[in-house]
Ligand binder design. Sequence first.
Ligand code: NAP
Length: 283
Amino acid sequence: MRTVRLLSGRRMPVLGQGTWRMGEVPSDRETEVEALRLGIDLGMTLIDTAEMYGDGQAERVVAEAIGDRRREIFLVSKVLPHHATIKGTIQACEASLSRLETDYLDLYLLHWRESYPPLEETLDAFQALKQRGLILDYGVSNFDLDDMLDAFSLPGGSEIVTDQVMYNLKHRGIEWDLMPWCRDHNLPIMAYSPIEHAPHDQRGMLDHPAILDIAARLGATPAQIALAWLLHQDGVVAIPKASRPEHVRENRAAVEIKLSDEDLEALDAAFPRPESKVPLAVR
Ligand code: NAP
């Protein structure tokens, strides 16, 4: 699997597996564990989770999927803003480590920013966790450019290695200012909701004729085109969530899809780049 280099020098795979909505329904647990294991076998060793998902249960699903393969995995979890005081962050991290049955995280993120606690506190806690070896790197999520500028002005801010944000063909707002700024600072973007799968009764991004045309021509699925578009860009990591084995296999195969200049132009025409500032999209 291709990787991106983090500011710390460590490397993160460009395609991983999301886990939001996992661990919520006990009868789905085995399927979810199997899906994550299949993804790991296929090389999708980056796993993105959070204390919030399933109220901790997603982390338990992840632990079961990883089993004794921890050293192969790039493991990401997140602290909720209302836990993100100095003491609270450290406690939340220790609880995540316990549910994940591991003694370190590769990356720990602040899930989103709230007015309290001040960001300084969370950054102090991240530094303390890093010094103790409980996390190897830290970053943020759902930070727009003004939040990044605030963070980088604080002690420990310049050690942030990524911003995890909603980014897909339908939500390209970050291309206006956040993404160029992250590129200038050598920060990869982690693109969440990369497929933006819509419920069965709604038309979503994947039903757009531009995507359907390219998919039909390349013998690919619409979801693969959505992922291939993200993955052709430098410094973008995608973390689709899939519980069905066929989805896991499709997502892995998207790494091999090469979009031509004409394909990219057709996608730009169907899903235009931003022409002015767009507030960050959040889920
Ligand atoms: P997503 O990955 O774009 O979409 C997930 C949905 O797409 C699921 O219903 C899944 O179905 C379906 N799917 C997966 N692969 C598919 C394929 N090849 N073809 C058709 N459908 C496919 O959305 P997401 O879960 O919102 O985002 C991904 C991950 O990002 C999350 O799981 C989470 O880890 C992270 N995230 C982070 C934040 C944040 O605030 N930091 C917010 C949202 C998400 P099945 O499960 O049935 O296979």
